[in-house]
Design a protein around this ligand. Structure first.
Ligand code: PLP
Length: 449
């Protein structure tokens, strides 16, 4: 295929500047380990695990073989009122990783579906308890919870909301946790626990008994990595406990070792009532997501329905798809065999040290990070996101793929990365970013004072 002759026209690409991309396409055609290859055969280092999916590195034969074998044996079966063994096995394996008694696992196909599923489970839970008036949801500025209508309504990113109307009614946003005094904090920032009091104020304004759940990403990911201030998640937990509000951790990015433990919940020592997960569940090899809920939520909903009746009128044609379950099981085997969550914890200091060493570059106005994920901001120039987009293209040309959101870059290499890969990522970042002058001198001054 010659991608310059109009053959790219029909694919309306997601979250992409379609016209610009198609004028100068950046196509990957192969991947193995830490590297993609583009269509010219050039290696491109994967600095963002694809889109935070490929924790075990690319092209793992164990996963490909498990998926192929499953498709030959049982390609599909209806997930409503029938099932196949792997769904139960994967649910058991996921439940063994989740904190507390979040042992009941509902499968979907994407993080967005997991979020909307969690919204519906929260509503159903309160309803069967006789508190059906709890219909409000609390989210946060700068949150990303996927793109279905529930997740769009929870979103705290203006571009992801503004074209799509009012969304769900009754969603209220807390402030985000980025604070200027926390610039260049490695790990959890010292300031900002008091921002959790926003939830208490929302309770005061709307009444606790109207609020179903509070959704947060333990580390706000897509917005550019906002690590929770010390004490912040703990305080949210206390307020939720005091008022019967469910606490939902959206761990679509944090889950499966990114923070150095299976889930951010364990790294930060706070157990929510619900966890949403996707991405690294199958190492990105099959679309799959899951929602883990506590025994109390599960039993309340299940026991409220008559015997022989469907308890939750929700599910997807591809919930627990056999090929996705096979990929999930093979992925969890790799994580266990290679102790990748421990490896992430061990590699984290080197990774964070290396990324934070970029703080001398004049265009970088902030760096944040925890575990094996870090975000940096470049001083905007020419309008929000213009420079960030250009940086992404230049990085690709220099042989590095990372996710950019606006003027923030996100570095999250596969957890199999060696120190040499981290050096290579940071070397390319330095080479590309050093070309940019600072635009926000006051920020630099504030930093050095
Ligand atoms: C925290 C969070 N929730 C939900 C999603 C949506 O996942 P998906 O793109 O698989 O629908 C994402 C995607 O990045 C995410 O980071």
């Amino acid at each position: 295929m010659n991608p310059t002759t109009g053959t790219l026209e029909n694919y309306w690409m997601p979250f992409t500047a379609n016209r610009d991309f198609k004028a100068d396409p950046r196509l990957f055609v192969q991947a193995e380990g830490m590297y993609y290859r583009n269509r010219e055969g050039k290696k491109v280092l994967d600095g963002s695990s694809g889109l935070f999916c490929c924790a075990a590195g690319h092209g793992r034969p164990e996963i490909a073989e498990a998926v192929g074998k499953q498709l030959r044996q049982l390609d599909y079966c209806a997930p409503f009122q029938s099932a196949h063994p792997l769904g139960f096995e994967l649910a058991r394996r996921v439940a063994a990783l989740t904190p507390g008694d979040l042992d009941y696992i509902f499968f979907g196909n994407s993080g967005s579906e997991a979020v909307d599923t969690a919204i519906k489970i929260a509503l159903a839970y309160h309803r069967v308890r006789g508190e059906g008036q709890r219909m409000r949801f609390v989210s946060r500025e700068r949150a990303y919870h996927g793109v279905n209508i529930g997740g769009t309504s929870l979103s705290g990113l203006v571009k992801n909301r503004e074209a799509f109307g009012a969304g769900l009614t009754g969603v209220v946003h807390m402030r985000h946790t980025w604070l200027p005094e926390n610039r260049f904090s490695k790990g959890q920032p010292d300031s900002g626990a008091e921002l959790a009091e926003d939830l208490q104020r929302i309770v005061g304004l709307y009444g606790a008994d109207t609020i179903a759940a509070c959704f947060v990403e333990p580390i706000a990911g897509s917005t550019g990595i906002l690590v929770p201030p010390k004490g912040y998640l703990e305080r949210l937990r206390e307020i939720c406990n005091a008022h019967g509000i469910l606490l939902v951790f959206d761990e679509v990015i944090c889950g499966f070792g990114r923070t150095g433990k299976a889930f951010g919940a364990q790294s930060f020592g706070v157990t929510p009532d619900v966890i949403t997960m996707a991405k690294a569940l199958t190492n990105g090899a099959q679309p799959m997501a899951a929602v883990a809920v506590s025994k109390k939520i599960h039993d309340t909903i299940i026991n409220a329905a008559p015997e022989h009746a469907i308890e939750l009128f929700h599910g997807y044609t591809y919930s627990g798809h056999p090929a996705a379950c096979a990929a999930g099981l093979a992925t969890l085997d790799i994580y266990e065999k290679e102790k990748l969550f421990d490896r992430a914890a061990e590699m984290s200091p080197y990774f964070l040290e290396s990324v934070f060493a970029l703080s001398d570059l004049p265009a970088i106005t902030d760096i944040r990070g925890y575990g094996m994920i870090a975000g940096f901001d470049v001083a905007p120039a020419g309008g929000p996101g213009v420079r960030g987009y250009e940086v992404q293209k230049r990085l690709f040309a220099a042989g590095l793929h990372i996710k950019m959101t606006g003027d923030s870059g996100i570095v999250a290499p596969p957890l199999v990365a060696e120190k040499s890969h981290i050096d290579e990522i940071c070397g390319i970042l330095r080479d590309v970013l050093k070309a940019y002058p600072a635009q926000a001198t006051e920020i630099r001054k504030a930093r050095s004072s």
